[in-house]
Design a binder for this molecule. Structure first.
Ligand SMILES: *[C@@H]1O[C@H](CO)[C@@H](O)[C@H](O)[C@H]1NC(C)=O
Ligand SMILES: *[C@@H]1O[C@H](CO)[C@@H](O)[C@H](O)[C@H]1NC(C)=O
Length: 429
């Protein structure tokens, strides 16, 4: 063989090797790209919240919803979706929010007498003018709106759950004519619906509570331009909670003390976990299991909760709080403690004489008047920064393994709930 021929063979072999290497590199690059897109963009399990840029979402309600299988909207529901994008009220009175503000979210349905009580109590809260109050509505009621429109003590933003069962008269998520009722057999009756573990079909009025809570959580953390960059805590209260004048300053103190005094605490609470308790009166902070009156947490905790969307949406219990206690919190792997003071700054009230054996100390409302005693100690911050923390280790309550009270068996409700969790993630991509 001539030298020329030999060098031709070497050249050919080299260029074959080169192309193999190049193709392999290209392939590996493509696979990495594919893996990255699929793992980063799964909106329910994926955690795509590393950088500040990914929090810069595009707030386009139409675009967010048209890519999910959300129920067909009616006129009212579309209108409400648009109201949700309006700026807060009272911007002329309160131009700026304080740097360390704790946003307050009040969720309401349709008990105007109760709501008047809460709003009146909020108007006396020291420091409230420094923050934004978001009112989240389940349903659209003129009388409720009038009460909210009358608020002048801080910035107020109203949002309405556009898929509330209360605004759909004859289709899902409301009642549709083809729905199964009570214990109907879907095959025999040729009706639509999946019964819960006890054989009962959905009741729109009952499922609306869990839907509203989940829609609201997703919306206030991830779907509003006013709050999607809020890095502090958000405090959640309901239309039947009375808020003491020191509540805002106390929650600010608690959230400030939490990383130092109780690094394992997930949240800060205004009230004890036992809704009837008013606190021990000790000279000490208390860490106990998460309560459902006046609870507050930050975005890190919300991301942890959001990652459990599947568990939350599949659990057959129509109560959001029991769903959290029995499935979501136990899945975190460690006890979920909340930090609070030894004297309550919020109470849950009901209608007088509704419960059997109700003592005189029970907060209740009758003819629009509340029977709640506000003493001088409730008017000023009453948490001391040098206090220690008493940890309540063993506490009764719902545990992992509880199968739920039912009422949440319909796969359409479970799907709607999952869609709420994906709604704003899709909007950003
Ligand atoms: C929102 O998205 C829809 C559908 O993609 C589009 O038609 C509309 O122009 C967008 N609106 C804005 C304000 O970007
Ligand atoms: C939010 O709270 C959790 C639990 O208390 C804490 O571990 C985390 O560092 C906090 N995140 C931010 C951003 O402050």
């Amino acid at each position: 063989m001539s030298t020329y021929a030999k060098s031709r063979i070497k050249e050919a072999a080299f260029s074959r090797l080169l192309s193999v290497v190049l193709i392999t590199l290209l392939g590996a690059f493509l696979i990495i790209c594919l893996l990255r897109t699929s793992s980063v963009y799964d909106p329910v399990i994926g955690d795509a919240y590393g950088s500040a840029e990914s929090l810069q979402m595009i707030f386009n309600y139409t675009r967010m919803t048209e890519r999910l299988n959300l129920p067909k909207q009616n006129e009212l529901s579309i209108r409400l979706g648009k109201i949700n994008e309006l700026p807060p009220r009272n911007l002329d009175l309160y131009r700026n929010l304080a740097k360390d503000n704790v946003v307050i979210v009040l969720y309401v349905h349709n008990r105007p007498q109760y709501l008047k009580g809460v709003v009146d109590s909020l108007s006396r809260v020291e420091g409230i003018s420094e923050t934004l109050l978001i009112v989240s509505h389940d349903g659209y009621f003129e009388e409720i709106n009038r009460i909210i429109e009358g608020i002048k003590f801080c910035q107020v933003k109203q949002i309405f759950a556009p898929y509330s069962p209360h605004i759909f008269q004859n289709s899902f998520p409301g009642i549709s004519p083809t729905d199964c009722k009570d214990k109907d057999d879907p095959v025999k009756k040729k009706c639509e619906g999946t019964p819960d573990q006890y054989g009962n079909h959905r009741s729109p009025k009952i499922v609306s509570l869990k839907h509203h809570w989940w829609w609201m959580m997703n919306t206030v953390w991830d779907g509003l331009k006013e709050t999607h960059q809020h890095m502090g805590h958000i405090l959640f209260i309901e239309e039947d909670h009375f808020i003491y004048p020191n509540a805002y300053r106390n929650i600010q103190l608690l959230t400030e003390l939490k990383p130092v005094k109780c690094p394992d605490c997930y949240a800060a609470n205004l009230a004890p976990c036992d809704v009837k308790a008013r606190g021990e009166g000790w000279q000490s902070l208390i860490a106990e299991r998460m309560g459902n009156v006046g609870y507050s947490f930050n975005r890190t905790v919300w991301r942890k909760i959001h990652r459990k969307a599947r568990e939350f949406c599949a659990f057959d219990d129509y109560n959001w709080d029991i769903t959290m206690w029995a499935t979501v919190y136990p899945s975190f792997g460690a006890p979920v403690y909340s930090l609070r003071g030894p004297r309550t700054s919020a109470v849950h009230f009901g209608k007088c004489g509704l419960h059997q054996g109700q003592g005189e100390k029970e907060a209740c409302i009758d003819d629009g008047s509340l029977n709640i005693q506000v003493e001088d100690v409730d008017k000023v911050p009453n948490i001391k920064t040098d206090w220690g923390v008493h940890v309540v280790q063993k506490q009764a309550g719902y545990q992992a393994g509880f199968r739920g009270w039912g009422g949440w068996g319909d796969t359409r409700d479970q799907q709607l709930c999952l869609d709420f969790a994906k709604m704003y993630d899709l909007g950003s991509r």
